[in-house]
Design a protein around this ligand. Structure first.
Ligand SMILES: Nc1ncnc2c1ncn2[C@@H]1O[C@H](COP(=O)(O)OP(=O)(O)O)[C@@H](O)[C@H]1O
Ligand SMILES: [Mg+2]
Length: 535
């Protein structure tokens, strides 16, 4: 790696090298050649997917990636392509499938497979033949056929139930096939078919194989393997490459790994795992020490190709070169995606938090008041026959043809309410002062019922006892009238709790006078009215 690369924009559409990031320490630009590539490192801790996304975004190559886990956010920016499966029933393919399923070679099955596959065209045909054979078999064979039948039970209905594309239409940049809604056996077939498609129809295309230990495992069959090996052997000549992504390369097919002449090695912590991983790197490549791998940080990878093994901070697609370079030099901590470095969340001081709580409470009042006004307006617009309990009626309006019926707000009403909200200076001030903080208005409710202290206080709130602001002593006196005695030690904490919930607010009358508790306008108290004794 020589010099610094700053001119990404001048990159040829399909370049022989891709900008990976910046060397840790020196900040020199790091480029890697476009080859078959292995990317390894601990999941979540290293940043493999972020690296792959960045490389595709900057390479100008066409790439096909797969989403195999539901809810996975990886490759979210890619263009979606439909799952594609070319049904095959040639004996080599069926042999691979069965080997993968049975986890071992079953040579004695091969003559039978070769025989039936002369007449089968689809896996559904194969399934039918397996069932016929099962009906006539016994003993050991019966066991094998039962397993095959169970396997094809998983696959054949998936093939039949999916609307499968008859081709894959790839466009330059990242293409993503989401196969997360089918089981692993069917995922295998989708990946295999897609690689076959690239082998047969595409040039200058990268296939990203996720979880390589699962899709192209070492030492056991997989339907994907033959296709992947063919991509490794023949792809480079026509600009097709495989990029394998796996936390642990030990379980990945060695033919594939030997074909990978670029390795990106991210952090791993377990000494044996690191050793196993490093031992899979082709002998001709430079490599880092195990200790060096263990101390890598997130986003740092050893970029190994030829004689180079450069400790690199990978520039994510969403990060500018300037920032990435500063991170590589150690002048900046790596920012997180979607966050600005000056994001203040998590650093709010208690005084600020208290201010926000106060603001929140005040806004709750504003919202409640606006809701009340809204309800008044809506009631006013309801035709009398629909609204026996409407409080205000504007008869001229209500009977006009344009009158609003119960359920919906018409646009002009909405507009007028919006105008009034915007005209409400308190709301605007709150928005202007704290643009970076979203105030979520929650309205807790409490039940007013006489079987708890809080319930009794809520009854008083509901009855308007607190409307003008009263002292704790006044509450004691009020209850004493009904022979209900409460100690200050219970009463004041209950009042404080209701204050914290936002139902009451404290007014300090100044001097030596006791503080007053006042009901907060618009806070909701549900009255559970079970008879006479309210207080
Ligand atoms: N170079 C980087 N700079 C900053 N954050 C990164 C970098 N690489 C990865 N991350 C963050 O680390 C987390 C895991 O990254 P991901 O690429 O999904 O890792 P992996 O594929 O190895 O599990 C994500 O939150 C991602 O945004
Ligand atoms: Mg990943």
């Amino acid at each position: 790696v020589s010099g610094r690369s700053t001119v990404l924009s001048e990159q040829a559409l399909v370049s022989a090298t891709i900008h990976l990031g910046f060397e840790v320490g020196s900040g020199a630009g790091v480029e890697i050649p476009v080859r078959h590539m292995a990317v390894t490192g601990q999941t979540q801790e290293s940043g493999k997917t972020t690296t792959l996304e960045a490389l595709i975004a900057r390479s100008g190559l066409t790439a096909l990636a797969f989403v195999t886990k539901r809810g996975e956010s990886a490759f979210a920016d890619g263009r979606r392509v439909d799952p594609y499966f070319r049904d095959r029933a040639d004996w080599q393919f069926v042999d691979q499938l069965l080997e993968a399923q049975l986890r071992e070679k079953n040579k004695f099955l091969r003559p039978w497979i070769m025989r039936i596959c002369r007449h089968t065209r689809t896996l559904a045909d194969v399934h039918r033949e397996v069932r016929k054979a099962l009906a006539k078999s016994s003993g050991f064979n019966e066991g094998i056929y039962t397993q095959l039948d169970a396997y094809l039970d998983l696959i054949v209905p998936e093939i039949e139930s999916h609307e499968l594309a008859s081709k894959i239409e790839l466009e330059p940049g990242l293409n993503v096939m989401d196969i997360s809604d089918v089981g692993t056996p069917m995922q295998m077939l989708f990946v295999q078919s897609a690689i076959d498609w690239v082998n047969e129809h595409e040039t200058n295309t990268v296939v990203i194989v996720p979880e390589a230990w699962e899709f192209i495992p070492e030492g056991k069959g997989s339907p994907v393997k033959a296709s992947a090996v063919s991509l490794v052997r023949k792809g480079a000549g026509i600009g097709n490459y495989i990029w394998v992504d796996s936390q642990d390369m030990a379980g990945v097919d060695k033919v594939i790994l030997r074909g990978c002449t670029v390795w990106l090695i991210g952090v791993q912590r377990e000494a044996n795992e690191i050793k196993r991983n490093l031992s899979n790197i082709p002998a001709s490549l430079a490599r880092p020490s195990a200790a060096a791998v263990a101390t890598l940080e997130r986003g740092q990878f050893y970029a190994c190709h030829g004689k180079h093994a450069v400790k690199t901070y990978v520039q994510p697609a969403w990060m500018s070169s300037e920032v990435a370079e500063q991170v590589a030099r150690g002048l900046l901590d790596a920012p997180k995606m979607g966050r600005q470095p000056n994001d203040r969340e998590g650093t709010v001081k208690e005084s600020e938090a208290q201010g926000l709580r106060d603001e929140n409470r005040r806004l709750q009042g504003v919202v409640a008041e606006l809701q009340r006004q809204l309800q008044t307006r809506a009631d006013a617009l309801v035709p009398p026959e629909d609204a026996p309990r409407a409080r205000h009626r504007d008869n001229g309006h209500a009977n006009s043809p344009e009158s609003v019926r119960l359920t919906s707000l018409d646009d002009s009403l909405y507009q007028s309410i919006k105008q009034r909200i915007l005209a409400e200076p308190a709301v605007l001030r709150a928005l202007a002062q704290k643009p970076e903080i979203r105030v979520e208005v929650e309205r807790p409710t409490i039940e007013a019922k006489p079987d708890s202290l809080q319930g009794r206080l809520a009854l008083l709130i509901a009855d308007g006892f607190f409307d003008a602001g009263v002292s704790g002593y006044a509450v004691q006196k009020e209850w004493a009238r009904f022979a209900f005695n409460v100690s200050p030690g219970s009463l004041y904490p209950a009042l404080e709790a209701l204050t914290q919930l936002g139902f009451l607010e404290i007014e300090d009358p100044g001097g030596k006078k006791a503080k007053l508790y006042k009901a907060v306008d618009g806070m909701k108290v549900n009255v559970v009215d079970n008879g006479a004794k309210r207080r």
